[in-house]
Design a protein around this ligand. Structure first.
Ligand SMILES: O=C(O)C(=O)Cc1ccc(O)cc1
Length: 394
């Protein structure tokens, strides 16, 4: 079964009672509130930047909101003890057929296909649980809907400050899951089988059978990745599955499992077309980013690599931005059109501090200049920066 899933339509975040995040997302990350739904017990706020939409679900009353099973529209209640990103919504053409196929494959439907309508038209959706931690997926057909967000939500008038603030965020680039030990391969298989995602090799060093194993220097991690069936390698949304291979159980992946209370979404990569300006603007708004170790910029040929890509090593170091060039020969391996660009391909990344009070969920900015993968040096640098941060927290 090859399902026609495209880029996520929204990523849903849940917060426990008395915790909010929507204001923070609006004020510091400058996501624009577009639609809201409020009941006496919950508030659901959709915030958009480019085509990236977060649905922030807040509780307005103590206790479990799930006395009514549909308290949260287009989602289920993960009953969070802490902030968690627990649902990714994908658009599909045929919700009924899709849900039927998933059920015949043994998947559990949390919300059966349901139709909702208002003046803007109608949508059909269902919610299925995934095989990873608390993550569920909303499958949505909104081809018959003309309204600004979804039926059941009230539109919010667009404030004039949404553009021209230097923050260039275009779409969700990737979603990284932390899987339990031994669970990354099963997750990969499930998304290939049930959602029709294709394997994506993160790096030329990756062995398709084993996955991408990062060892040495205190890093013990297995990474496996997929990309959605629709969309080119450069434009589709990727799923990255991370699993700890470390023996001492104190690294960031194990810490996520412990503090999150199980597997789940560790970070979301937001694609930007101008990482330098965007990082600067977000820093001015108070967003805090991980700073890679100073050695990242001074180690073997990094400054030359950065200059070779046409970037300024001092500026990147000052902001904490990581850069990785695609090694020659990498293009063909991932099936990129070799005639696309004669110049060197590279990408730049930067990672925020954890968003909630626990060391769990964070965001990333990624600026792809033709490079579809993830740089090994950058993953190591992020790993190191997170470890330093975690050690400082103790
Ligand atoms: O580089 C990325 O964005 C990744 O998604 C790879 C990754 C996965 C898990 C980590 O704890 C650190 C890096």
């Amino acid at each position: 079964m090859a399902a026609s899933l495209s880029r996520p339509c929204f990523i849903s975040l849940h917060l426990p009672y008395r915790q909010g995040w929507a204001q923070h997302l609006a004020n510091t990350f400058r996501f624009q509130p577009v639609a809201v739904r409020e009941t006496p017990r919950v508030r659901q706020l959709a915030l958009r930047r480019g085509s990236a939409v977060f649905l922030v679900n807040e509780r307005l009353a103590p206790g479990s909101a799930s006395t009514s099973s549909r308290e949260f529209l287009y989602d289920v209640d993960p009953q969070p003890a802490l902030g968690t990103a627990s649902n990714v919504c994908f658009e599909v053409d045929d919700v009924l057929g899709f849900c039927k196929r998933l059920q015949s494959q043994g998947c559990s439907l949390l919300v059966p296909p349901t139709e909702l309508r208002d003046d803007g038209g109608s949508v059909t959706y269902g919610v299925v649980s995934s095989v990873v931690g608390n993550i569920s997926h909303t499958l949505l057909d909104r081809s018959r809907y003309q309204g600004p967000f979804l039926p059941g939500f009230q539109p919010i008038q667009r404030a004039p400050s949404a553009t021209g603030d230097g923050i260039e965020i275009t779409h969700f680039d990737h979603i990284t899951y932390v899987c339990p030990r031994g669970g990354a391969r099963a997750a990969l298989d499930w998304y290939q089988r049930c959602f029709g995602f294709h394997r994506f090799l993160l790096n030329p060093q990756e062995s398709p059978a084993e996955g991408y194993v990062l060892g040495g220097q205190g890093v013990g991690m297995l990474l496996l990745a997929l990309q959605s069936a629709q969309g080119t390698p450069a434009h589709g949304c990727k799923l990255v599955f991370a699993e700890s291979l470390s023996r001492d159980g104190t690294n960031q992946v194990d810490t996520f499992l412990e503090q999150h209370g199980g597997a789940g979404i560790q970070h979301v990569g937001l694609c930007t077309t101008d990482i330098v300006t965007t990082t600067r603007a977000l820093q001015q708004q108070g967003v805090r980013f991980f700073t890679p170790p100073a050695t990242y910029y001074s180690q073997g040929g990094k400054a030359e690599e950065i200059r070779g890509a046409g970037q300024d090593p001092h500026m990147l170091a000052e902001l904490g931005i990581l850069l990785d060039t695609t090694p020659p020969g990498d293009k063909g391996r991932r099936g990129t059109d070799a005639t696309e660009s004669p110049s060197q391909e590279y990408l730049m990344q930067i990672f925020t501090h954890p968003i909630f009070s626990e060391e769990t969920f964070f965001l990333e900015l990624i600026d792809r200049r033709g490079a579809p993968g993830f740089g090994e040096g950058n993953i190591r640098a992020l790993w190191k920066a997170v470890q330093v941060y975690m050690d400082q927290q103790q």
